[in-house]
Ligand binder design. Structure first.
Ligand code: EAX
Length: 327
């Protein structure tokens, strides 16, 4: 072999070896988790996220999806994302005030008129500004998603008026705003991580819980709860959170890809919440639940007046009104 040929073939071999190494290390795998099942509004959200990320980064990033709280409950997942042992999670705002207290205001009951109002606030300047509050706490908040409006279920009785809630032992999220409000309604509050809820309802550790139709259906709470009241007492936002250091390492184009994928995920998630809301009552009745669908919300708002006065002090009446007045 002539020297020139030898050099060319050596060069080729090295090139191939480097090429191989480069492509082998070019794929980065990340984890994302949810507390509900694959066949749920959150499952749809993270599935779309994973597909979009692969597409938008030409396969350089791959997102592994974990359902049913298999990596832990929401608080644990948020902690894992903060520490970086897990890159991503889609979580409700339930446990979030313990990490980013500024989010508390959006967990105030009867703050949003309907889903369109909530989505407008969260996708608008107020919500987008709130996302930036996560930066200082080790997160990049990519986008808002949702669970929908929360309703009450229990195994004891139909809840038509606030008085019916008195003395009911209900599981709540680990959320200080919810807990204060539900106590104000006379509920015996039992904060608990979501993965424990089904068993707690089944064993009668608690009488009831509250969650949107999307969550009630995905988690088959109809198997362990008889009474559902469409109280719609609070909107339940979700967030797609990413470990800040993992996000900061991305190229500018990949950062955009991650944010846009999260927005696509939220779109799919919200569309599924809408379809769950549209068919939920019929489905849950068919599964044997008694559904009170004519709850007088004004009575619940009135019962919450003393707690609301506290919220106005804590969050500022002007701030609450600014959210209420978004049209
Ligand atoms: O995000 O804990 C809850 O009740 C949440 O709504 C549930 O984990 C879905």
């Amino acid at each position: 072999m002539k020297l020139s040929k030898l050099l060319i073939s050596m060069g080729l071999a090295t090139g191939l070896a480097f090429g191989f190494l480069a492509s082998a290390s070019a794929q980065t795998t990340m984890k994302i988790s949810i507390s509900t099942s694959k066949n749920s509004h959150q499952g749809v959200g993270i599935d779309v996220f994973a597909t979009e990320i692969e597409k938008r980064t030409a396969g350089r990033y791959k997102v592994q999806t974990f359902y049913d709280g298999s990596l832990g409950g929401e608080r644990e997942s948020i902690e894992a994302v903060q520490l970086g042992t897990q890159e991503l999670t889609l979580t409700s705002t339930g446990p979030v005030p313990n990490f980013v207290p500024e989010t508390k205001i959006i967990d105030v009951p009867f703050l949003f008129r309907d889903k369109a109002h909530a989505r407008m606030v969260l996708d608008g300047p107020f919500g987008q500004d709130l996302l930036t509050k996560f930066d200082a706490k080790g997160f990049k908040a990519l986008a808002w998603a949702e669970n929908g409006f929360r309703h009450m279920t229990n195994s004891k009785r139909d809840v038509k008026v606030p008085e019916d809630l008195k003395g009911l032992k209900m599981r709540t999220m680990e959320n200080p705003v919810h807990i204060a409000a539900y106590k104000g309604l006379g509920i015996v509050t039992t904060p608990m991580a979501f993965p424990e809820v089904f068993t707690a309802l089944q064993q009668g550790t608690v009488d009831g819980q509250e969650n949107p139709l999307s969550v009630i259906m995905a988690s088959k709470f109809d198997q362990v709860q008889k009474h559902l009241s469409l109280t719609g007492h609070v909107y339940s936002p979700c967030l797609i959170l990413m470990n800040k250091a993992s996000f900061d390492k991305l190229s500018a184009a990949d950062k955009t890809a991650f944010i846009e994928s999260a927005r696509e995920a939220a779109k799919a998630n919200r569309a599924r919440v809408d379809s769950d809301d549209a068919k939920g009552v019929t489905e849950l009745r068919a599964k044997g639940m008694t559904v009170i669908d004519n709850v007088d919300k004004a009575k619940f708002v009135a019962a919450l007046a003393p707690v609301n006065a506290e919220f106005e002090k804590q969050f500022g009446k002007a701030n609450l009104d600014a959210i209420r007045n978004v049209k």
